[in-house]
Design a protein around this ligand. Sequence first.
Ligand code: SF4
Length: 166
Amino acid sequence: MLSLLEMRGTNLNLETVNVCSAACVFCASRKFKRRKQLMSMALFQKICCDYKDMGGGWLGFSPVMSDPLLDDLLFDRIRYVQDKGFGFTLHMFTNAIKFKSYSDDELRFVLKSLDMINISLAGPTPESYKLMYGVNQFNNVMDNCTGSPTSGKMNVTAPVWPYIFV
Ligand code: SF4
């Protein structure tokens, strides 16, 4: 194992966008004033090819201080990785706030395409969520995760279901 780690990394996390829909009290994103940026597809494709040449492995849409669902090119990136047959294990961390605006087809596509989705969720009440995340989105996120009748997500089924951590 040590010799493998000395040879190359086995998990690459990319910050493809640098904005977030939350304002967590524990996150440094509130301190940084970065210009909103989106990683170009050309750069993303080069990184994927280089990573594959290195041996590949896990590829995460898991930025440090932003949410990958705000990446307007997320679907294109996933399709690119699939079409090229890189064989990466795709995963992401997300606050799941934006799932609300996804159509059922879009949600199904993401759930089926990624091997693991970690949903960052504080609770257990709307009030404590607001204190921690700085936005009033607890019920929205819970609806998105549980398939509440009010969310319209209850008819979405997929072989992969998010792993939720608190
Ligand atoms: S959801 Fe994640 S990236 Fe966004 S503010 Fe909270 S800790 Fe930071």
